[in-house]
Design a binder for this molecule. Structure first.
Ligand SMILES: *Cc1c(COP(=O)(O)O)cnc(C)c1O
Length: 369
């Protein structure tokens, strides 16, 4: 036990023989990319599984963010959260827009809607919130603000695969939502991602934009990019979709065990499930109160590391602290006290479908000790 490394995540892999069968079919067909049959099947299967009208596949979770901003012709300033993976803000930067950081709600880790209006200027054109750890944003409040000021809303839903609120997919909120199917996520296609949209016209436009802007053999309708998912990864994705429910249930069981054991540990807090929400257990963040726990977050993090348990300090440092962004007025720490507090206290514990009882116990014992 002691010399086996416990990583924060482990990829959900399809059965290799099953995958090999699919590869043989692809080899026979000689159609390996450009909207092939597996690509079409995966888009349809995902739309049905997720409970959304349209899905467009991408090669990763960053390009749909870039493309969403392009498609909606977003300019000027985009309001966003510093408490996320850096790709969220990078997508705004790559579109030549200025990110404006708004502090988070400490109860959820998501952008605090109460602070959005104060950050709106005549240059604001969009809001890009993130459903951090798959916990739903206050989508109703955000939409009310967007409607009042005429802003677009693009959700970075990279963590929110399969998350539902009162039976309705969280991915149906806002103008568009984006997903990441990176190997580390709940559902993966090795590298991959998707955009979710409401109508067929938008789906068509996005399909053009992820294929250089080609709308026909000799027609280019805009400055598109290349983000076409190939047939191998689409086939892999179809196989993984069949086992993702079981993987999410296995994660749920891990969360139950962590919560049972850690509830009694002074100075360690975590999120509980929210009534009415179907969670995906994509991450299990704990928050360390150094005074009550008797050890700082970093001390615990390195103690875990010594015991071969690799937690991750997601999301530390905040995006607003990176060199590209720290000069922005909205990146000042005084503007983002709750985000800083969360970033300074968080450790994401190992969380995946294949964690054994023994490993979970080992992790819990380190934290208790
Ligand atoms: C993983 C992730 C992304 C980027 O996805 P890739 O598939 O790695 O490009 C974007 N936003 C968030 C919040 C993420 O966690």
């Amino acid at each position: 036990m002691d010399n086996k490394l416990i990583t924060v995540t482990s990829p959900l892999l399809p059965n290799l023989d099953d995958f090999h069968e699919e590869l043989k079919k692809i080899w026979d067909s000689k159609w390996i990319t450009n909207n092939g049959s597996y690509h079409k099947q995966l888009e349809a299967a995902l739309a049905e599984y997720l409970g959304v009208p349209y899905v467009s596949l991408f090669t990763n979770g960053t390009l749909p963010l870039l493309t969403a901003l392009q498609a909606l012709r977003i300019t000027g300033e985009v309001i966003t959260t510093p408490y996320s993976f850096v790709a969220t803000t990078h997508s705004i930067w790559w579109n030549g827009c200025k990110p404006v950081f708004v502090d988070i709600d400490p109860a959820t880790g998501n952008i605090n809607p109460d602070l959005i209006e104060a950050a709106i200027t005549p240059k604001t054109t969009a809001i890009m919130p993130v459903h951090v750890y798959g916990k739903p944003c206050d989508t109703k409040r955000i939409q009310e603000i967007a409607d009042k000021y005429g802003l677009k809303v693009i959700y970075d839903a990279a963590h929110a695969f399969g998350v539902k609120v009162n039976g309705e997919s969280i991915l149906n909120c806002g103008d568009m939502s984006t997903l990441s199917f990176h190997a580390t996520k709940v559902y993966n296609t090795i590298e991959g991602g998707a955009m979710v949209m409401h109508d067929e016209t938008t789906k068509k436009r996005i399909d053009y934009l992820k294929n250089f802007g080609f709308a026909g053999e000799v027609t280019v309708v805009g400055p598109g990019i290349n983000s076409k998912m190939d047939e191998m990864r689409s086939a892999y994705g179809l196989l993984n979709l069949k086992q993702v429910d079981a993987a999410i249930e296995a994660r749920h069981q891990v969360a139950i065990k962590y919560r049972e054991a850690l509830r009694e540990v002074d100075g360690i807090t975590f999120f509980d499930d929210i009534p009415g929400v179907k969670h995906n257990y994509s991450y299990f963040p704990i928050f360390v109160d150094a005074e009550k726990y008797g050890m700082t977050r970093d001390e615990l993090y390195f103690k875990m590391k010594e015991a071969n348990v690799l937690g991750r300090r997601y999301f530390y440092p905040l995006i607003s602290e990176f060199s590209t962004y720290r000069g922005l007025e909205s990146a000042r720490p005084e503007n983002l006290p709750n985000a800083h507090r969360m970033a300074d206290s968080v450790i994401c514990l190992p969380m995946h479908h294949a964690l054994s009882e023994e490993e979970i116990e080992h992790i819990i014992n380190i934290i208790k000790k």
